[in-house]
Structure formats: structure tokens, C-alpha cells
Design a protein around this ligand. Structure first.
Ligand SMILES: *Cc1c(COP(=O)(O)O)cnc(C)c1O
Length: 226
């Protein structure tokens, strides 16, 4: 496995998909999904210009945190337990997995205590899969409307995990629906900034780029099979 050449390939594919969609590739942020990847290998990716890392679990993030340079931008992309919020609130740039009201309240409370603002994306289970976390499409808009009123919570966009499919074309409608939801929310809620759409993983990121993703969470295509 060669992180450098994998990254080159991934970046090339992002660029090609962006040009195909008439989008500037610079507006697309790559978050390297690093669950189960040891710190030494992650460091290789950082040496190749990766800036943002996405971890799924709080324990794993805390374990790797001291190993890696302080300028690393950490993202929490996995399900977050309410009782772990305090441990990461001052360490992460963005939490992609806000999926329930109790977590929104705890994030705002913990951020206030740490004199910070919790920057979050609301996770939407667009396809309604029972095995996945996230609000349903019909719930999501009201949830955002309520969440933006919490004092120390900054809702910056939406995140989804598309169903696993052999042909990524099949999940194009999932990405399109998330983008439509973001536009609907921006239209109906003055002051709501749906700045980020976090969608697209190793198997489907090109389609996600074509549908407007500006954060991609990519693991396998960079680090190889877990
Ligand atoms: C593992 C993971 C990814 C990356 O998946 P790959 O298929 O390895 O690119 C992205 N998002 C989340 C939430 C993940 O858990």
C-alpha cells in the first residue's frame, strides 16, 4: 500500500469529477477517514498534504491526538455518545454526526462551558436504512430550525452516508436529495448557512462531487482495505 500514490489517484479523480460538474476542485475538502489506521500511516498522509482527519470513535481520536501535529484538523464522523462530548469538544473542528436532540443540547452546553462553539453537521439518513443513524428526511428541516437556536451550536450543513451499492449511480438520488434539503433549509430559514455537504466515500465520491458535495470522507481509497 502506497499512501502517496493512492492520494494522487484520489485527488485526480476528485478533480476530474469536479471539472465534469463545472465546479472548482478547490472548494472540495478531503477528510481522510482514519478509523483503524495507525498514527504512523496517518503521518504519511499528512506529509502528502492531507490536513483533515475523520475519526469515528472518541477513544480512537483521543489515542491518536497526541501522536499527530497540532495543526491537524480533526473531524468526528461517527456516532457520538452524549457522555463523550466533553472529551472532544475543544479538539474537533467539525462534528458530522449530530443525529438527535439530546446530543444537540449537550454539545451546546459543553461548548458554552469550554468557551467555544460546537460546529456541527446534521446527519440525515436519506435512504431510511434501519442500520444507520441520522434523522429522516421529513424530520431534518424542523430539527435544524430548532438547533440553530441553541446558543453555542453552529449548524454548518448536512451529512449523509449513502447505502452501500455496487454501482454508485444508484445512490445519486440520495446525494441529490440531501442537496435539495440543504437548499430548502437555506431558503426557509434566514441566517441558516448550509455551508457544507459532507457526502461521498471511497465507493461513491465522484457521484457525490457531481451532486454538490464539498466534504468527502475517504478511507479505503487512501489507506487500502481495513
Ligand atoms: C469509514 C467511513 C468513511 C470512509 O469510508 P471508505 O469507504 O473507507 O472511504 C466515511 N464516513 C464514515 C462515517 C465512515 O465511517
Amino acid at each position: 500500500m502506497d499512501v502517496q500514490s493512492n492520494l494522487n489517484r484520489v485527488r485526480e479523480r476528485i478533480m476530474t469529477a469536479a471539472f465534469r460538474a463545472g465546479r472548482p476542485p478547490e472548494e472540495i475538502k478531503l477528510v481522510a477517514a482514519t478509523k483503524t489506521v495507525p498514527s504512523e500511516i496517518i503521518r504519511e498522509a499528512l506529509n502528502c498534504g492531507v490536513v483533515s482527519l475523520g475519526e469515528n470513535r472518541v477513544q480512537e481520536l483521543l489515542k491518536k491526538y497526541p501522536d499527530l501535529p497540532p495543526e491537524t484538523e480533526w473531524h468526528l464522523i461517527g456516532h457520538l455518545q452524549t457522555n463523550k462530548v466533553k472529551k472532544i469538544i475543544d479538539k474537533v473542528a467539525l462534528i458530522h454526526s449530530l443525529d438527535r436532540w439530546s446530543l444537540a443540547e449537550e454539545l451546546s452546553r459543553a461548548a458554552a462551558e469550554s468557551d467555544t462553539v460546537a460546529r456541527v453537521l446534521v446527519q440525515v439518513n436519506v435512504a431510511g436504512e434501519e442500520t444507520k443513524f441520522g434523522l429522516s428526511l421529513p424530520e431534518a428541516e424542523d430539527f435544524v430550525v430548532a438547533a440553530v437556536r441553541l446558543p453555542c451550536l453552529a449548524v454548518q450543513g448536512l451529512m449523509t452516508i449513502a447505502p452501500w451499492v455496487a454501482d454508485p449511480e444508484e445512490v445519486r438520488p440520495v446525494f441529490r436529495q440531501l442537496k435539495n434539503l440543504a437548499q430548502r433549509i437555506e431558503g426557509s430559514l434566514p441566517g441558516a448557512t448550509m455551508k457544507y455537504l459532507s457526502m461521498g466515500m471511497s465507493g461513491d465520491f465522484e457521484v457525490a462531487v457531481e451532486e454538490g458535495a464539498n466534504i468527502l470522507r475517504i478511507g479505503t481509497a487512501i489507506f487500502g482495505q481495513r
